[in-house]
Structure formats: structure tokens, C-alpha cells
Design a protein around this ligand. Structure first.
Ligand code: CU
Length: 149
């Protein structure tokens, strides 16, 4: 009987890591909290294995990664305007995702996978244009504060 209990506990421990999630992020002209031309979430804490699905709720947006602003080994994305696109997180680290038509207005999201900020400086140095560059810096500072690093 005791042996059975141990087996059950071992099974639970094995099942404990969170299953891969699909995280849905809307592309919006105006968010509920009053941001114009923005992703519904701007700081996305994810785990390796998660899929971030960018949904064209409003027209005229896309989602794409920025060269130099994703972890080593991670495949980038380049969604078309008005199309849903999925970003499969395969590597720990920081990714910046922009909407190309609105990058200068600050339409950007930062993904932090597995709480790993080791490439944060590279993302800061990727020279993302307009207000998005400043917002990336702010989102990374927020992530650093949240993660206590
Ligand atoms: Cu946009």
C-alpha cells in the first residue's frame, strides 16, 4: 500500500510542469485600457513550449519578430497584415514582436520565456524604431523588477 502511494506521488510530480499553453494576444486599434494601436498584452511571460497566437481582431496590423531581438536558435515569424500568426516559443529568453505599420507608434510586445533575461541587452540594442524602442526598454525594466534581477 505504501509503495502505491509513493508511485502516485511520483506520477503527480512528473505531471507537475505546466502543460504548453496557447496564449492569445489581440492586435487592436484601441485596447480596453485606452492604448491606441497596441497588442492586448505587451509583456508576455511564457514558458518554452507555449504558443503565442496573435489574432487580427482589428484590421491593419501584423505581428513579426525583429532581427537580433530573439533568442539564439529561436525561429522568427513574419505575419501578414490582417492574418493570425503563431509564435512557437522554443528557446528561453527575450523576444520582441512588432506590428510593422505601427512600430513607430509603439505597437510592440516583449515575450520573456522561462524567466530568462540573458539576451535583454541584445534586444535593447536591436534599434527598434520610434516609440517601440522606448517601450521595449520599459517592458524589460518591468520584467527585471518582476523577476527580481
Ligand atoms: Cu498595428
Amino acid at each position: 500500500m505504501k509503495k502505491l502511494a509513493v508511485s502516485a506521488a511520483a506520477l503527480l510530480a512528473f505531471a507537475a510542469p505546466a502543460a504548453a499553453e496557447v496564449i492569445e494576444v489581440e492586435m487592436l486599434n484601441r485596447t480596453e485600457d485606452g492604448r491606441n494601436m497596441a497588442f492586448s498584452q505587451e509583456l508576455i511571460m511564457a514558458d518554452v513550449g507555449d504558443v503565442i497566437r496573435f489574432v487580427p481582431t482589428d484590421r491593419g496590423h501584423n505581428a513579426q519578430t525583429v532581427e537580433g531581438a530573439i533568442p539564439d536558435g529561436q525561429e522568427g515569424i513574419k505575419g501578414r497584415i490582417n492574418e493570425a500568426v503563431e509564435y512557437e516559443v522554443t528557446e528561453p529568453g527575450v523576444s520582441a514582436i512588432i506590428c510593422l505599420p505601427h512600430v513607430t507608434l509603439g505597437m510592440v510586445a516583449v515575450v520573456v520565456a522561462d524567466g530568462d533575461l540573458s539576451n535583454a541587452d541584445a534586444v535593447r540594442d536591436a534599434q527598434i524604431r520610434g516609440r517601440s524602442g522606448q517601450k521595449v526598454d520599459e517592458l524589460l525594466s518591468q520584467a527585471e523588477a518582476d523577476l527580481g534581477s
